[in-house]
Design a protein around this ligand. Structure first.
Ligand code: COA
Length: 377
């Protein structure tokens, strides 16, 4: 029997993340996501995923130094980004840029553990700069040089918006990166592993992952949430009326439900908590208030209808990112900035214990045909 979408098929073992969908729990290497998002930085999570333990202070300082010193783009990459069409999809731009990075790495094909670790740090440093630089160029602004003394979250917001972000904004961005760093055998991680399984190089594997994340069923869901919030805002009807009408018509409310979670997505819980502070500081709680109203109606209705449908991570990330000044069409690219840590951690596992990933398909086409001359077909 074919397993459509490989649902329920366990394709390998990992020490990186586990999800308890019924309890609404997510762990990275044994640590609860809630604990991590409150107490450690994105850089500490990178170290955790790559090394299987949290860093000591000297190790963290060294990783911060390495990331900071590798953020600047080489001139050829800047030229390439300048040549991209301004209206290019940011994920397509990122996919092409990451693929191009491999051209300039003289040992791109080295898949030894040492080389893979070096490249994991390099890509984690470069991706935020690529995203922010592409955005500035398409907006007609000159790209800014990265600031090595800033952390990943702070530097990204600086490169994107041209000014240093407040401590609250940096903290929220950093927590969002922590929450999106890793999520088990999701589609983009799987495609990265499939590419690595052929012993292709790390740049190719990350390029595959970015291409997979680009799809609206994976990275693009929070864009749909933002479209929905805007639509409700402009509709002239109350959020309650809009939600009830959508449900009665058999439609789906974006940002609710998840293939794995049958409880509130723990990442959504964290983002909601953090949203308060950043909204208070910005003085604009409009999107968050609207989100809360939708959530209240959904909670009530889903309970009445006996469905275990709860908010997922995308529901609150949409309004949080908008408040952080991140344009809607960059949401998936921000996801990639975080997930490059998880992808590379999975690739370290894959290359260390490699087996070609080659499932089978069930043939349902015709058999026994014979070729007729072309004039008689
Ligand atoms: N709004 C309203 N009803 C929803 C819903 C939503 N967002 N998500 C699921 N449901 C309902 C379904 O209509 C279905 O009802 P039924 O049993 O009467 O047919 C029931 O809940 C179970 O849904 P199902 O499609 O089996 O869940 P799934 O696990 O296959 O789907 C998603 C998961 C994510 C595809 C789905 O919840 C969805 O489309 N959500 C909206 C898009 C979104 O936010 N995606 C981001 C995911 S991170």
């Amino acid at each position: 029997m074919a397993s459509k979408g490989l649902q329920g098929v366990v394709i390998g073992q990992t020490k990186l993340a586990d999800i308890d969908g019924d309890a609404g729990e997510l762990i990275y290497v044994g640590y609860d996501i809630d604990d991590l998002a409150h107490h450690v930085s994105f850089e500490e999570v990178c170290f955790l995923l790559w090394n299987g333990r949290l860093p000591k202070q000297a190790e963290l300082t060294e990783l911060q130094r390495q990331l900071g010193s590798q953020r600047a783009l080489r001139p050829e990459m800047l030229e390439l980004l300048r040549a991209f069409p301004r209206d290019a999809d940011p994920m397509a731009a990122l996919r092409t840029a990451v693929s191009a990075l491999g051209l300039y790495d003289s040992d791109a094909d080295d898949i030894s553990d040492e080389a893979l670790r070096r490249k994991s740090i390099f890509l984690t440093a470069q991706v935020p700069t690529l995203v922010a630089t592409f955005h500035r160029l398409r907006s007609g602004a000159e790209p800014l040089p990265p600031r090595p003394e800033l952390g990943t979250a702070a530097d990204f917001l600086y490169l994107l918006n041209g000014e240093e972000a407040s401590a609250t904004r940096v903290k929220t961005m950093d927590a969002a990166l922590v929450l999106h760093a890793e999520h088990g055998m999701n589609a983009s991680t799987f495609s990265a592993r499939v590419t690595a399984g052929t012993k292709s190089d790390l740049y190719s594997a990350i390029t595959s992952a970015i291409g997979t994340l680009k799809g609206p069923l994976h990275g693009g869901a929070n864009v749909e949430v933002m479209h929905m919030l805007r639509e409700i805002d402009e509709s002239g009807v109350s959020p309650r009326e809009w939600v009830l009408r959508t449900l009665d018509e058999g439609g789906r409310v974006m940002g609710f439900g998840h293939r794995v979670y049958r409880a509130v997505d723990p990442r959504a819980k964290m983002l909601r908590e953090m949203a308060d502070e950043v909204m208070r500081e910005s003085g604009d709680a409009h999107w968050l208030e609207l989100s809360d109203q939708i959530r209240a109606v959904m909670d009530e209705e889903m309970q009445k209808r006996g469905k275990k449908i709860y908010p997922n991570v995308d529901f609150f990330s949409a309004s949080v990112y908008t408040t952080l000044g991140i344009p809607m069409d960059l949401f998936s690219a921000v996801f990639a900035i975080a997930r490059v840590s998880g992808w590379t951690a999975h690739l370290l596992e894959q290359y260390a214990n490699n087996r070609l990933i080659r499932p089978e398909s069930e043939y349902i086409g015709p058999r026994g045909l014979t070729v007729e001359p072309i004039a008689q077909r």
